[in-house]
Design a protein around this ligand. Structure first.
Ligand code: CP
Length: 306
């Protein structure tokens, strides 16, 4: 039975750790995996724009000897009414895995049920598990270990926050999410992350107090205030989210060696200031690079090639 990764919660704590171990090996010795996916193909479907995810997945497949086929929904018969189920059934006859960036999480679930090959969530409105794996790898590289580290996410309780809550809990981290009222992560995710954290000695805190959330943090993380599809709300959100901007004052509240992360694309002067994202605490470019290594590891693991 093939495995799908639609949510971070599709991976056990042990699997997250093993994937991070494999990511570190793949990053250190890329040549060892140059033919690992020889003869294998991966379909990458994008129903939303992408820079990092598209390029890093395409190169992850190529660098491991496989072949990637990238498709936008408008180029597919999907755009003319073919169902996602039929698309999944047909692609399963051609490729060894399907990567989908889309809107509703349910669309990924429907695809995964119809497809007979692994399906990977390359971002939905609900979660961004591939981003989370790269985030965890980056924190591990900078801090040495994840368990016991405190990561504070500031801003919108969005897909990235959801995956961080789950991934942080699975690795024994203390995850704090500070949002304006009305923009909290969904209670189901907070509840599940809290349940996981109780088994890993991690912790979960949601708050509206950004300064309290930043106090003593090892990692400060933010994301855009208006996600893809919410562009019309951008100016209204900018007012509501101002107190959650990741600026020098918030950085000063963290530990002296605090690491700053942002999944990108960034909007300097909005969710993060230029001096912070381009400053000495920032690890965002390593974080972006790590998308490549963690996605290689994910594909190798899902396709039984490592
Ligand atoms: N962080 C991220 O997923 O970037 P893209 O939207 O460019 O893929």
């Amino acid at each position: 039975m093939e495995r799908d990764v639609l949510s971070v919660d599709d991976l056990s704590s042990e699997e997250v750790t093993r994937l991070l171990d494999l990511s570190q090996k793949v990053k250190a010795h890329p040549g060892d995996y140059g033919e690992a996916l020889k003869g294998r193909s991966v379909a990458l479907i994008f129903e939303k724009p992408s820079t990092r995810t598209r390029v890093s997945f395409e190169l992850a497949v190529a660098a491991t000897g496989g072949h990637a086929v990238t498709l936008s929904a408008s180029e597919l018969q999907l755009g003319r009414g073919e169902t996602i189920e039929d698309t999944g059934r047909v692609l399963s006859r051609y490729v060894d895995a399907i990567v989908l960036r889309t809107f509703e999480q349910e669309r990924l679930e429907v695809l995964a049920r119809a497809a007979s090959v692994p399906v990977i969530n390359a971002l939905s409105d609900f979660e961004h598990p591939c981003q989370c794996l790269a985030d965890l790898l980056t924190v591990r590289e900078v801090k040495g270990e994840l368990a016991g580290r405190t990561l504070t996410f500031l801003g919108d309780g969005n897909n990235v926050a959801h995956s961080l809550l789950l991934g942080g809990a699975k690795t024994g981290m203390n995850i704090r999410v500070a949002t304006p009222r009305g923009f909290e992560p969904i209670p189901l995710i907070v509840q599940r992350a809290t349940e996981i954290a109780s088994e890993t000695r991690g912790s979960v805190l949601t708050t509206h107090d950004a300064r309290e959330a930043c106090a003593g943090a090892d990692v400060l993380y933010t994301d855009v205030w208006a996600s893809m599809g919410q562009e019309s709300e951008a100016s209204e959100r900018a007012l509501v989210f101002q107190a959650y901007q990741l600026d020098a004052e918030k950085v000063s509240l963290g530990r002296p060696d605090v690491t700053v992360l942002h999944c990108l694309p960034a909007h300097r002067g909005h969710e993060i200031t230029a001096e912070v994202i381009d400053g000495p605490h920032s690890a965002v470019w390593d974080q972006a690079e790590n998308r490549l290594h963690t996605q290689k590891a994910l594909l190798l693991w899902l396709l039984g090639a490592a």
